[in-house]
Design a binder for this molecule. Structure first.
Ligand code: ADP
Ligand code: ADP
Length: 223
């Protein structure tokens, strides 16, 4: 079932740039949807609209059931933005802590997630001791710790080397297959979009619009 439908969505900024024009797309519950396209075609703008961080200047976003509240959405950006003075455990705990969940109560879920992202031995490490890929793993764990229904990712792996990127793709795919959250993943990597996605929305620039939408036949079970 459709979780979100974009109908004729446009975004014109006050400087005269039209980032999106007449975008129609559907996000279904459980999708792993990639927004694929060249730099400047409006992918981040579309993601910001979906995140509720910005509003369309035309058209509408139709959320089934009236939308999600903030706690049902997880974010992962290219920059992991971890608290530098806090260890891995405390960084992942943060979103739960903000909801009033104690460290002790949060611990089982946090340790399980750290295991899933292959950081079980690094709970007490601080960010400066971690590689870029490991910081990204922390960032993913932090985004998932509240069990969001929707995970929004904006070029999360673009700054990482190929091998690290491939490992993270695999781990993300496993998490998604197990936990069934819905993903919107912005990328300009064709490989990444084909490898990860159940659906790909290809965007074109000037002004940003949907060029093609396709469903990917997964070579592995997705039930
Ligand atoms: P992408 O993520 O595909 O690279 P963006 O959504 O970041 O594309 O940007 C689409 C276009 O909109 C670009 O021309 C960009 O410069 C412009 N743009 C993005 N955000 C703003 C903004 N806040 N104000 C003005 N122009 C913007
Ligand atoms: P809205 O009009 O929906 O509120 P905003 O003006 O809040 O959107 O978007 C602002 C964000 O986009 C800011 O973080 C700003 O620095 C950034 N931004 C501004 N101009 C551009 C641009 N040309 N390309 C990309 N991002 C931009």
């Amino acid at each position: 079932p459709a979780l979100l439908t974009l109908r004729g969505v446009g975004k014109a900024f006050s400087n005269g740039v039209t980032a999106l024009n007449g975008v129609d797309m559907t996000l279904a519950e459980g999708d792993f949807l990639s927004l694929l396209g060249p730099s400047g075609c409006g992918k981040s703008t579309a993601l910001r609209l979906i995140a509720g961080l910005s509003s369309p200047t035309s058209g509408l976003l139709d959320w089934r059931g009236g939308g999600l509240d903030r706690s049902q959405v997880g974010f992962v950006f290219q920059e992991p933005t971890l608290l530098p003075w806090a260890n891995v455990f405390d960084n992942v705990w943060l979103p739960l802590r903000l909801k009033g969940v104690s460290r002790a109560k949060a611990a089982p879920a946090i340790m399980e997630l750290l295991e899933r992202v292959h950081l079980a031995g690094f709970a007490t490490a601080v960010p400066r001791e971690l590689s870029g890929g490991m910081k990204m793993r922390v960032s993913i764990a932090r985004a998932l710790v509240t069990k969001p229904r929707v995970l929004l990712m904006d070029e999360p792996f673009a700054a990482l080397d190929e091998i690290t990127r491939f490992k993270l793709n695999n781990d993300l795919l496993e998490l998604w297959q197990d936990q069934r959250f819905t993903v919107v993943f912005v990328t300009h990597s064709v490989f990444e979009s084909v490898f990860l996605s159940s659906r790909i929305v290809v965007m074109a620039a000037r002004p940003g619009r949907v060029f093609e939408e396709m469903t990917v036949d997964a070579p592995y079970p997705r039930d």
